[in-house]
Design a protein around this ligand. Structure first.
Ligand code: AMP
Length: 465
């Protein structure tokens, strides 16, 4: 998963991109980068591994000259976690510099890449996004809009993109609309970003979100709607953006993430009450709003039963199971006064491998809780995501391989309740049609590439990394 930002017609655009990337840090912590275009159309690039706050130095901003900028934070789902794969991509193509930042995951990148490599193309990275760069560069169309369109007609899967060709900014969302992209304005400038929380931070007001297939061109802060990409049979907004990924202070797909999460919690309380419970608390921070909703609906007192250390990276980043377990303890600690002698409801947003929850339950019991009722504000995850969320393969997904009873036993809880698919979709709001493939197995696009190859760090065919 990734966070992207595009800026047009703002003096010192790099600083706005930098601020925006701070607000999008939760969407990717492996690497980040900024490209600017100066008044003469010359590109400048700074990228690095790690967190936004650690990568860029004052000196970088002197070099990142210009009023047009792109920014990217990366969490890899295709291609390995190396600097070569950090974005934005920057290339010199016929007609000038092309820069591109991609959020999503292509499902036929490998097939296209193989074809291009057979024809002699030289790839610099193992990321799927570079395929789009090659396709734009090779398009025989004259105008940049047509070159981008032609390239995007060949790729399948999830893509929200900010692209610059020369100093013109293009923003586009795939026909299913899997990933968000929103346009904002500050005075005469336009800022496009993955989430509205980035617009808030740079002081931009929301103009509108881009719908599935929408394609716009921004020249010197002036937005022009282009003909949309060819239509998909239906929109498939990623429901996991609302459940887990986006920040609760953002509006995504026209929905307040905070509202949806509270509703998920309320719905969960209706479907899975815990009559003997004394208190409810969240696994912070992702389930905070859901626990609020659960408390609201059930009348249970909301507490803070777990404290999270904010200086620990994501549990998922650890390569081995042993390390992952240790990291749960580093990340969370129970508040004994809240737990001792109580029957507790623990609300989490989702259960993936079950490692976090198992460790937490042991901790909560050791802190004196009498009974532990685990409530999950989404249904069992039974399949991987092909469209940009980092879910492990099916073998590691606990719910894909075990019955509810087996999961309950493994986690060591007194009761376990998952929100129903229907309940989740209803909480998501009626304005959208959603992709919920990881929960339902209903995949809107069948990946042409070997998913395993794409998602498990094996380089794409013919790639150097
Ligand atoms: P697990 O221990 O594998 O069941 O992990 C569940 C926890 O991981 C939940 O608390 C979620 O908030 C979090 N989570 C869910 N999906 C992801 C993801 N794609 N990347 C990182 N964390 C996630």
């Amino acid at each position: 998963m990734c966070g992207i930002i595009g800026v047009s017609n703002l003096p010192d655009a790099a600083r706005a991109a930098y601020l925006g990337l701070y607000a999008l840090q939760h969407r990717g912590q492996e690497s980040a980068g900024i490209v600017t275009l100066d008044d003469d159309g010359r590109p400048h690039l700074a990228r690095g591994m790690g967190l936004v706050g650690d990568i860029f130095r004052e000196g970088d901003f002197k070099a990142l000259d210009g009023s047009v900028a792109l920014g990217h934070t990366r969490y890899s789902t295709a291609g390995s976690s190396v600097l070569a794969n950090a974005q934005p991509c920057l290339a010199e193509i016929r007609g000038g510099p092309l820069a591109l930042a991609h959020n999503g995951n292509l499902t036929n990148a490998n097939a296209i890449k193989k074809e291009l490599v057979d024809e002699g193309a030289i790839f610099q990275t193992s990321s799927d996004s570079e395929v789009i760069v090659h396709l734009i560069a090779r398009s025989t169309q004259v105008n940049p809009e047509q070159r981008i369109r032609e390239a995007l007609e060949r790729v399948e899967g999830a893509f929200s993109l900010v692209i610059t060709v020369g100093r013109t900014l293009y923003c586009v969302v795939d026909p299913h609309g899997f990933r968000p992209l929103v346009l904002g304005r500050i005075g005469q400038a336009i800022v496009a970003a993955s989430e509205t929380c980035a617009l808030d931070l740079v002081g931009a007001t929301v103009v509108r979100e881009l719908g599935p297939g929408e394609f716009v061109e921004v020249v010197d802060g002036m937005v022009r709607d282009l003909e949309p990409l060819r239509k998909a049979p239906a929109a498939h907004r990623c429901i996991f953006e609302l459940v887990y990924f986006a920040r609760p202070d953002s509006t995504v797909f026209g929905e307040s993430v905070d509202r949806v999460r509270r509703e998920l919690g309320r719905q969960l309380a209706k479907e899975h009450p815990a009559p003997d419970a004394d208190v409810v608390f969240s696994v912070p921070d992702s389930a905070n709003m859901m626990a609020l909703g659960y408390a609201d609906e059930s009348g249970l007192k909301l507490e803070h039963g777990l404290i999270r250390n904010h200086y620990v990276g994501r549990t998922f980043i650890n390569p081995t199971q042993a390390l992952r377990v240790a990291k749960v303890k580093i990340k969370f600690n129970p508040v004994r006064e809240v737990l001792a002698g109580r029957s507790v409801v623990v609300v989490d947003d989702s259960l993936v491998r079950g490692t976090t929850s198992k460790g937490l339950v042991q901790m909560i019991r050791a802190a004196g809780a009498r009974r532990v009722h685990l409530r999950l504000a989404s249904p069992p995850i039974t399949g991987p995501c092909h469209y940009g969320i980092d879910t492990p393969n099916r073998e590691e997904l606990i719910a894909a391989n075990h019955s509810l009873e087996e999961v309950r036993d493994y986690l060591g809880v007194d009761s376990l309740g998952y929100l129903s698919l229907d309940g989740m979709v209803r909480a998501g709001g009626s304005r959208n049609s959603f992709c919920h493939a990881c929960f339902s197995g209903s995949y809107p696009i069948t990946p042409r590439d070997e998913l395993v190859q794409l998602r498990h760090e094996k380089p794409l065919a013919g790639s150097p990394a």
